[in-house]
Design a protein around this ligand. Structure first.
Ligand code: G3H
Ligand code: 13P
Ligand code: ZN
Length: 313
């Protein structure tokens, strides 16, 4: 089976009231851990690559690793550009074999965002590739862009129909209170998502897939393990998984998870070195790191996404 686009995945997810996980990948062990979880639970997967990941691992290496994942499992997998910063990066991913791209024009003016997104959609659709756009701005850090809480802004429901119609995007990322990274709320602050905005957007865009970025829950068990084995992340806090599950039952069809994978992997490596200070073979610490990724993704598929058994193979 070749790479799939997100089209059918999202149609099924919308109808089935679940979401597909979009997991960020940077190397072989991360890809293998995610894919082993998908295989075990027969779940569709979106493997997404940021501009930073492309720079770190090399575009061709990542494409070939994902092709290997499909060849060995037969799972429906979409390879997606996460936070495409400009037309050139999107074009390079489309030409280089990705099946889906995001163009993130959320930090531009509304009209500039529309013009840029439309240009990417025209090129992508001519090449059979699906496109995610974004309206509204999340707080947090992605690549070199750091958006402060004051500069973040919720998506305005009154803009979504116009944006989707004029750009032709296949899915839309919205800002309803999630944010990138492991520090989503201040200590003592109550985590909240604007379900009222999500509901209003769902009414204005019937049957249209919505995407949530910044959707790691910063699972406390892994933060504790990081801190127990010498890390210092006492104030890390994410979105409660029950809220994400609720969103997946609404119009949200894609949930982006990166920080939780980073936490799981780092916790496993830290634990390994504290317990085995004399080990120096990378396989000895990358194997438990890969297992930790698999465990995290299985947990997300069952408890947050609800997409187990939905791979239709
Ligand atoms: O939203 C951003 C993702 O977590 C990717 O992070 O740009 O550091 O690869 P990165
Ligand atoms: P987290 O930092 O919450 O994992 O979000 C990841 C993301 O949105 C990737 O685009
Ligand atoms: Zn994101």
């Amino acid at each position: 089976m070749p790479l799939v686009t997100t089209k059918k995945m999202f149609e099924d997810a919308y109808k089935g009231n679940y979401a597909v996980g979009a997991f960020n990948v940077n190397n072989m062990e991360i890809i293998q851990g995610i894919v082993q979880a998908g295989e075990k639970l027969n779940a569709p997967l979106i493997l997404q690559v940021s501009a930073g990941a492309r720079k770190y691992a090399n575009h061709v290496y990542l494409v070939k690793l994902v092709e290997a994942a499909i060849e060995t499992t037969g799972l429906p997998i979409a390879l997606h550009l996460d936070h495409g910063p400009d037309f050139e990066t999107c074009k390079s991913c489309i030409d280089g074999g990705f099946s889906s791209v995001m163009i993130d024009g959320s930090h531009y003016s509304y009209e500039e965002n529309i013009a840029l997104t439309k240009k990417v959609v025209e090129y992508a659709h001519a090449h059979g590739v699906t496109v995610e756009g974004e309206l509204g701005q999340l707080a947090g850090i992605e690549d070199d862009v750091n958006v402060s809480e004051e500069d973040a802004s919720f998506t305005r429901p009154e803009e979504v129909e116009d944006f989707v119609t004029r750009t032709g995007v296949d899915s839309l990322a919205i800002a309803i209170g999630t944010s990138h990274g492991a520090y989503k709320f201040k200590p003592g602050q109550k985590p909240q998502l604007r379900f009222d905005i999500l509901e209003e957007i769902g009414k204005r865009l019937p049957n249209f897939p919505i995407v949530l970025h910044g959707a790691s829950s910063v699972v406390p068990e892994f933060v504790e393990q990081i801190n127990k084995f010498g890390g210092q992340m006492p104030d890390a806090i994410g979105i409660p998984e029950s809220m994400l599950r609720q969103a997946a039952g609404m119009a949200v069809c894609k949930i982006n998870i990166d920080s939780d994978l980073r936490l799981a992997m780092t916790a496993a490596v830290r634990k390994h070195f504290v317990e085995n200070p004399t080990h120096f073979d990378p396989r000895q610490y990358l194997a438990p790191a890969r297992e930790a990724i698999q465990g995290m993704v299985e947990h997300k598929i069952k408890n947050v996404l609800g997409c187990d058994g939905k791979a239709n193979i």
